[in-house]
Design a protein around this ligand. Structure first.
Ligand code: SAH
Length: 249
């Protein structure tokens, strides 16, 4: 899978993709991340990417022309079944695990990072297939949001997570794992995890995890995941189809 990121701050991405599973996935050829500098598609001396808003008002707006031309260069043969162009924006539907799984269907994803007051609306209207927001708050640029999207999608690519890590049984996966996630279920939270020591400052790890009874451990994890979901994210349970058993197998 190829991720393209269009930004006026290419250096921003020096850090985020050079660590952990995403970096390893790239090194192993399971994914590619290509960062494109929007200023490469300007023709004036100052490499201008922004201009004042029509109608007046504060701030500057990213111009349509460099963004369209960049997208046309990066994805010269546009195939909407295989490629997805997404504009990072506070206006989009919220990005969640299901949205991450949907992006996984594409071979190439181009993420356009806005800045300043935002992006000329014609990018949303006539270029992007979708807008993506990572939350109901306003960031100063789309770069952090793009890093979030790449990370969340990249770790779902088969092989990116090692044996010791698995996306099959994670938060927002349903009891049925991937199959259920694909069916549109909201999923529940992951169970709590503990590591050594068994007693830390007087707080003990649940007894069942210290024994080797895997059936009991599985049951405990299911119960604990449900309890945690009920306590912290009851909204996820409300979203579930009625009549479904919420326990994981
Ligand atoms: N004037 C805009 C905010 C622009 S912030 C408004 O009020 O909605 C500048 C850029 O940051 C945006 O163009 C977008 O690319 C990015 N951005 C801001 N908040 C975001 C969010 N919640 N999710 C994704 N991108 C966001």
């Amino acid at each position: 899978m190829i991720f393209h990121v269009l930004t006026i701050f290419p250096e921003f991405f020096r850090g985020p993709f050079e660590h952990g599973v995403v970096a390893r996935g790239a090194k192993n050829g399971l994914l590619q991340i290509r960062i494109h500098n929007l200023r490469d598609w300007t023709s004036d001396f100052h490499k201008t990417v922004d201009d004042r808003p029509f109608g007046g008002g504060e701030g500057m707006v990213l111009k349509a022309q460099p963004i369209f031309e960049a997208a046309e260069t990066v994805l010269p043969e546009r195939d909407r079944t295989k490629q997805r162009i997404a504009l990072l924006s506070a206006h989009g539907p919220l990005f969640d695990q299901r949205a991450a799984r949907r992006l996984l269907e594409f071979e190439e994803v181009l993420l356009i990072c806005g800045r300043y007051e935002g992006v000329d609306e014609r990018v949303s209207e006539h270029l992007a297939d979708e807008e993506i927001s990572i939350g109901d708050y306003v960031l100063s640029g789309g770069e952090l949001a793009a890093a979030v999207v790449v990370d969340a999608v990249a770790r779902l690519i088969p092989g990116v997570l090692g044996n010791e890590e698995s996306s099959q049984r994670e938060s927002f996966c349903g009891p049925g794992g991937d199959a259920e996630a694909e069916s549109g279920q909201a999923g529940i939270l992951d169970c709590p995890h503990y590591t050594r020591p068994a007693v830390f400052r007087g707080w003990s790890v649940p007894e069942v995890l210290l024994g080797g009874n895997h059936a009991e451990i599985r049951k405990w994890r299911n119960r604990a995941a449900m309890e945690k979901t009920r306590r912290l994210r009851a909204d996820l349970l409300a979203e579930r189809a009625p009549g479904r058993t919420p326990e994981r197998e």
